[in-house]
Ligand binder design. Structure first.
Ligand code: ADP
Ligand code: MG
Length: 515
């Protein structure tokens, strides 16, 4: 999967000219295409691209429908000697999928229709409330769609090239990923302190006691997301602030290059004019003495002028090796906050949000299945969802627990204890206070049916038994009855909070009693 950091930078479809073509002929051909294109609407241009894509052997009818049909063309602009065609995507997931699977197909179509100067840009539409919309210029191509007319666009929104000359003052490209906002960052016990401190900082960067602010925690727990959310929120509030996100590796590389090219002065001047400096993964400064020294001076200067410094690390500062004491002690001047692995509720909330953002509804049992089985980190949680989504769309399968089990097999740690259906039956019976024999029986009494269906649901979630075998264990019912039971449970969970609680209680009991 393409990395999400700076994802838009990769959204540009590049063309590498073939060396064989004769330069003059090439030039004439460009000119001809440019004239042709200029006379056509962006819709027809995009339709031509779609025709080529559709005809491509690498794109099946199904993929075409799934991945290209939902794209909406929004503009075609001639600027900087290039044709810039912009299409709108329903979610980041689409973007990543297209880039990963159809990069060459798209490039081919664009080149054929727009010529070698053709570029494709993506607008990723993230539907969310006003507090989260955030966008900026440069190569970033992200615009919230269908913005209500009464809601002003942020002052720093300048993505159309023809508006660029109007910029009066030089802007710093923040290098932020617009998807990393507070809105998309789910709050939980695991991140409460870090999140609220971040919110406070975003309100008044440089003016809180949290300066510097250092977030630490393991891989995939949301450090990058959170510190970028600060940057995005600051720009939202203070569009003219100079915000810069940089990884410590990039900072180091840039610094080394600056030395080689004799441009140290420019380098340090650039960083000294930043209002909110966000440096990710500072553990990589370990052992890099020269870089640390440069950073130390930048740090001091920014801090003295009440500029905000935000840092992340994969471990508590005192455990970072190879960092000078004077720098380490500065990390403690402000606030350090840790991010912990998310609890079950937070994992469920994150999965619900991500699937809603992708416009896909997963049954609660599937969400719960993933949340119960993938615990250590949010990135894996997301990966699981995306993998499932891809399988379900490509193979036109329903999103259900069997699919989840199958697709995520390698991600899910085998339970140490093999749970039996009888154990489940015992626990469920005990909980509802109904004898197991009655649960298995043909009774249609509401309470009993509920217990039976819950039993089947857990048998499906927690064991490897087939539907048929589950039916056998619950009084010799056939597999369609089991399917019906699983659907009813999903419906109940979705619509009835009390029942949802029952299922959670039971899940907890099963966990505890069979550990
Ligand atoms: P880290 O930098 O700590 O390795 P990231 O910030 O890259 O982790 O997070 C990994 C993924 O998990 C990202 O896609 C991020 O959006 C997501 N994520 C992490 N924490 C949360 C959260 N609390 N709510 C929503 N998404 C989260
Ligand atoms: Mg990170």
């Amino acid at each position: 999967m393409a990395t999400v950091d700076n994802a838009w930078n990769e959204g540009e479809v590049e063309y590498r000219p073939s060396g064989e073509e004769n330069a003059q002929k090439e030039h004439a051909r460009h000119a001809a295409i440019t004239m042709q294109v200029a006379e056509r609407s962006f819709e027809t241009v995009w339709n031509d691209c779609l025709e080529i894509i559709k005809a491509d052997d690498q794109v099946s009818d199904q993929s075409f429908k799934t991945w290209f049909k939902p794209l909406e063309v929004v503009s075609l602009i001639r600027a900087e000697e290039q044709w810039k065609l912009t299409v709108q995507l329903p979610s980041r997931f689409y973007y990543e999928w297209l880039e990963e699977h159809f990069y060459s197909v798209i490039r081919n179509a664009i080149t054929q229709v727009l010529g070698p100067d053709g570029r494709l840009y993506y607008n990723i539409v993230v539907q969310r409330n006003a507090d989260a919309a955030s966008e900026y210029g440069g190569s970033t191509m992200q615009l919230p769609a269908r913005r209500p007319a009464n809601e002003p666009t942020a002052g720093h929104t300048m993505h159309a090239p023809q508006t660029q000359p109007a910029r009066s003052r030089e802007r710093v490209n923040p290098k932020l990923n617009a998807n990393y906002t507070f809105y998309s960052f789910i709050e939980g016990d695991c991140n409460r302190l870090g999140r609220s401190a971040s919110l406070a900082i975003a309100e008044e960067p440089g003016a809180t006691p949290f300066n510097p602010f250092l977030v630490y925690g393991g891989v995939g727990l949301g450090k990058t997301h959170l510190i970028q959310a600060i940057g995005n929120a600051v720009l939202e509030r203070f569009p003219t602030h100079a915000v810069r996100y940089v990884s410590s590796e990039k900072f180091t590389n840039d610094f080394v290059q600056a030395i080689q090219r004799n441009r140290i002065r420019e380098f340090s001047k650039f960083y000294r004019k930043i209002d909110v400096l966000i440096i990710d993964d500072v553990q990589f400064f370990g052992g890099k003495e020269k870089t640390q020294e440069e950073f130390f001076h930048i740090f001091n200067e920014l801090h003295q002028s009440d500029k905000q410094i935000v840092l992340s690390a994969d471990r508590p500062p005192r455990e970072i090796k190879g960092i000078e004491d004077r720098l380490l002690s500065r990390f403690h001047w402000g606030l350090t906050a840790d991010l912990q692995p998310p609890e079950l509720e937070t994992r469920i909330a994150i999965l619900n949000r991500k699937s809603a953002d992708d416009g896909i509804e997963f049954p609660p049992s599937v969400i719960e299945f993933i949340a119960r089985n993938i615990k250590s980190n949010v990135r894996e949680l997301e990966g699981a969802l995306i993998r499932l989504l891809a399988h379900a769309t490509l193979y036109q399968r329903d999103f259900d627990v069997s699919l989840a089990k199958e697709v995520l097999r390698d991600l899910i740690a085998e339970k140490a204890v093999k749970l039996t259906i009888n154990q489940i039956l015992e626990i469920v019976s005990g909980y509802f206070d109904i004898p197991p024999s009655l649960v298995r029986d043909k009774t249609r009494k509401r309470e009993v049916v509920k217990a039976r269906q819950a039993g089947m649901y857990f048998a499906k979630q927690l064991t490897q038994h087939s539907l048929k075998s589950i039916g056998m264990h619950f009084g010799g019912r056939d597999h369609s009855t089991v399917i019906h039971a699983l659907r009813s449970v999903d419906n109940e969970i979705a619509t009835n909070p009390r029942f949802r609680q029952t299922i959670e209680d039971l899940h907890g009991l099963i966990d505890v009693q069979t550990r």
